[in-house]
Design a protein around this ligand. Structure first.
Ligand SMILES: NC(=O)c1ccc[n+]([C@@H]2O[C@H](COP(=O)([O-])OP(=O)(O)OC[C@H]3O[C@@H](n4cnc5c(N)ncnc54)[C@H](O)[C@@H]3O)[C@@H](O)[C@H]2O)c1
Ligand SMILES: O=P(O)(O)OC[C@H](O)CO
Length: 709
């Protein structure tokens, strides 16, 4: 055969046709000779003993000496069958025996990807519908001619074939473009591809522009003229299936959650799936570092285990650890960001202009960046710096439990539904359920803010208090999460806070998360008189994994302080004051007092942002905002025991809080003021007004949405 369109060899699509085929949301197939190995009417004619007469008519149509309409009418008069004959014919020629090789699998692949498949042919519904049923194509997606029948007046049954319905568009030469136009009128498909066998099909597409691309199929009835004229000519349907886009997946980050999430992703990309959308190999960016004298990435590639950040869990064999960030993203279509949030700005800056155009991202990161003009969520950062869409995946997703394949749920918050659906396919497993949520900001705010509440829950545990107190903190936390999210982003949906990313994640984190764990240890250390910094405890307990809550608390407090919202967000404010050493942990049970305590500015670097331009986040020791070397760490107040006591004394004096309240619960109990004194959360802490006991002792009047505790 001669070379195809633009001199390309056969089977080589033009760039345009390949791209349109890959993004088609509807594919229309011609029927006879394209999805079948023969003209079905010819087979019926053979069955009825008139094959040669009918074939001769088809030849005349191809030669242009007889019109399609006249030939069809003549063929039917030769065939002259009854409905019973058709039934027998269909029994002896079941659909599977009539289909062209590879077409059934191609159609199933397209359908699994959500592509709408249509059949448009100039054969007959009576013979085409059984094929459609076999292929799972609904009747209303089939365009074909209808036979006319003579009816027996007495039995009411069709008896004899008497021609065909000329009102069907497919009865005429220009019928196919008309059918495609009808499809487009009814459904707003973005891209329609047409697969057909002859020049009529090609002209039908070119003349009407009904379809965006024509692909010639010559596997059954090869045609040189079509091969020459078509932008893409294939002789096997498998070529079309193989050419469908497959997405290359990259994970940016290699910590605990990144590794647990990678297991789901690699399980899905490795598993056989009709849609076959993803390339099996997944790459993971592993920051260059040595662990136990060896390159961590190298160890991961050899042992399929992240021995530093996620020891004890096997990762997919199809996961490739790569240390070059640029290399990982350069050819990736789907980017999964999963890093401690403080490193994301540096990563985004490094990746500017290096991401594949058209790539889509999802962030699993829980945290935000605070700029003078306001907060910037990670998904917003990705959109802004990398100029690509970014969904978020948020939920009650403690990494180790998911690695054990215990049931868990998450939401994918999205702006672009198509991307969200693709990511859902990439992550969803029998043990990991995903709901799509059109509120990405709400979902991400939930994931970010719950880390602060978890610190409060850890303090409750560290103080040795029980579930009632923790439930109070969780309830108040959820309320402040919602109020702050809505105050900053009024479009956020209330319902989001009742989803897996809201109350679900909050409960899980407050029960078993790292923020809770470290805050509990920090509180105990305080009570025992052997205080330790959060950073030291983080290093000791989490062994390289990163705490997000303390940094997020500082960032969020910057937002609160700038707007003088302390009394609107008493839990967030009190937690921030506790972790920064301005209040003792026991104030977690007295947030109305905690948020009103006047905080003395001890040292410049100790204070929370006051001015419209919050100080750089890097000020907080090793919590720099990018992978670039952090500036020399300044010890925050929460790390300095002596300074803490000084400020605490001042704070208590200014709040007129009874110092007994600042002691450990045991000490407070001895004075009848501890949680077991009957005042519990409501009034257990000193002279300051207690949780749930009404108006505060001093300070501004609470806003209407103010906390009840
Ligand atoms: N761990 C969980 O159970 C869990 C669950 C859900 C969401 N999350 C969120 O996912 C995000 C990532 O958490 P994780 O558990 O995967 O990470 P992690 O806490 O285990 O932190 C380790 C990661 O931080 C990276 N890292 C350390 N120093 C770095 C630096 N200077 N620059 C760049 N990267 C550096 C390491 O290379 C490693 O990838 C966080 O926002 C977290 O809140 C965590
Ligand atoms: O362990 P934490 O506190 O960082 O929380 C982990 C996850 O966010 C829980 O969904």
């Amino acid at each position: 055969m001669a070379p195809g369109h633009n001199g390309l060899p056969h089977g080589h699509p033009t760039e345009r046709s390949l791209s349109l085929w890959r993004k088609a949301d509807a594919v229309v197939f011609d029927v006879d000779g394209t999805i079948t190995t023969e003209y079905s009417l010819d087979l019926l004619a053979e069955f009825m003993g008139v094959r040669e007469q009918v074939k001769a008519l088809s030849k005349r149509v191809q030669e242009g000496t007889l019109s399609l309409e006249a030939a069809t009418a003549q063929k039917l008069s030769y065939i002259h069958c009854s409905p019973h004959d058709i039934k027998r014919f269909l029994q002896s020629h079941p659909p599977a025996s009539r289909l062209a090789p590879g077409v059934e699998s191609l159609i199933k692949t397209l359908q699994a990807r959500g592509v709408a498949v249509y059949l448009v042919g100039d054969g007959f519904r009576e013979l085409t519908l059984p094929l459609a049923a076999h292929l799972g194509i609904p009747k209303d997606r089939v365009f074909a001619n209808r036979m006319n029948w003579q009816w027996d007046d007495e039995t009411g049954e069709a008896t004899k074939l008497v021609g065909f319905d000329l009102k069907e568009p497919t009865a005429h030469r220009e019928g196919k473009p008309k059918a495609i136009a009808r499809i487009r009128q009814k459904h707003p498909y973005h891209t329609v591809a047409f697969v057909g066998k002859d020049m009529y099909d090609l002209h039908a597409v070119q003349s009407s522009r009904g379809a965006d691309v024509f692909i010639g199929y010559g596997g059954v009835m090869p045609r040189d003229d079509v091969a020459r004229a078509a932008e893409w000519y294939v002789t096997d349907h498998r070529e079309l299936a193989q050419a469908l886009a497959r997405y290359r997946v990259a994970i940016i980050g290699s910590g605990a959650w990144a590794c647990a999430a990678s297991r789901m992703v690699t399980q899905n990309t490795a598993e056989y799936d009709m849609a076959d959308e993803f390339l099996e190999e997944v790459t993971m960016w592993v920051r260059e570092e040595e662990f136990k004298g060896r390159s961590l990435a190298q160890t991961m590639n050899e042992t399929h285990e992240n021995t530093k950040y996620f020891p004890g869990y096997t990762l997919g064999r199809n996961l490739q650890a790569v240390t070059s960030l640029e290399q990982v993203v350069s050819d990736a279509d789907l980017l999964i960001f999963c890093l401690p949030h403080q490193y994301m700005l540096g990563v985004c800056q490094q990746l500017m202009g290096k991401v594949k155009p058209g790539a889509a991202a999802i962030s699993l990161i829980k945290g935000m960046r605070v700029q003078p003009e306001g907060p910037q969520l990670v998904s917003q950062m990705v959109r802004r710096y990398l100029n690509i869409d970014c969904c978020v995946l948020m939920g009650a997703n403690i990494a180790t439990d998911i690695a054990k394949e215990e049931l868990s749920e998450a939401v994918i918050g999205y702006q672009n539904l198509e991307h969200a659906e693709r990511f859902k396919k990439l992550f969803e497993r029998p043990y990991f359920r995903i709901t799509l949520l059109p509120d990405p900001i709400g979902a991400e705010m939930c994931g970010t803010l719950k880390n602060i509440v978890a610190l409060g829950a850890g303090m409750v545990d560290g103080l040795g208090m029980g579930p009632n107190t923790k439930a109070t903190i969780i309830r108040q936390g959820l309320s402040e999460m919602r109020d702050l999210s809505k105050a900053l982003y009024p479009g956020v949906h209330d319902q989001t806070f009742l989803e897996g990313c809201g109350v679900g994640d909050l409960v899980a984190t407050c029960a078993g998360g790292r923020n809770r764990l470290v805050a509990c240890a920090w509180t105990k250390a305080q009570l025992e008189g052997k205080p330790m910094s959060f950073e030291d405890l983080e290093a000791e307990i989490l062994k390289g994994q990163k705490l997000q809550g303390t940094l997020t608390s500082d960032e969020v407090q910057g937002i609160i302080k700038l707007r003088a919202w302390e009394t609107r967000f008493p839990l967030f404010t009190t937690i921030n004051r506790i972790i920064n050493g301005h209040l003792p942990p026991v104030f977690i049970t007295n947030i109305q007092a905690g948020c009103r305590v006047e905080v003395e500015h001890h040292e410049d670097h100790d204070e929370l942002p006051l001015s419209p331009a919050p100080p750089p986040l890097a000020k907080r020791g090793n919590t720099s905002s990018g992978p670039a070397p952090a500036p020399p760490p300044l010890p925050p107040l929460r790390h300095a025991r002596a300074a803490q006591q000084t400020v605490l004394a001042a704070a208590l004096a200014s709040a007129h809080v009874d110092t007994a309240a600042t002691q450990a619960p045991e000490a407070a109990q001895a004075q009848g003021q501890g949680p077991e004194s009957g005042q519990g959360v409501g009034g257990g802490v000193g002279a300051a007004p207690g949780l749930g006991t009404g108006s505060p002792g001093h300070g501004p009047k609470p806003a209407p949405s103010e906390a009840r505790v």
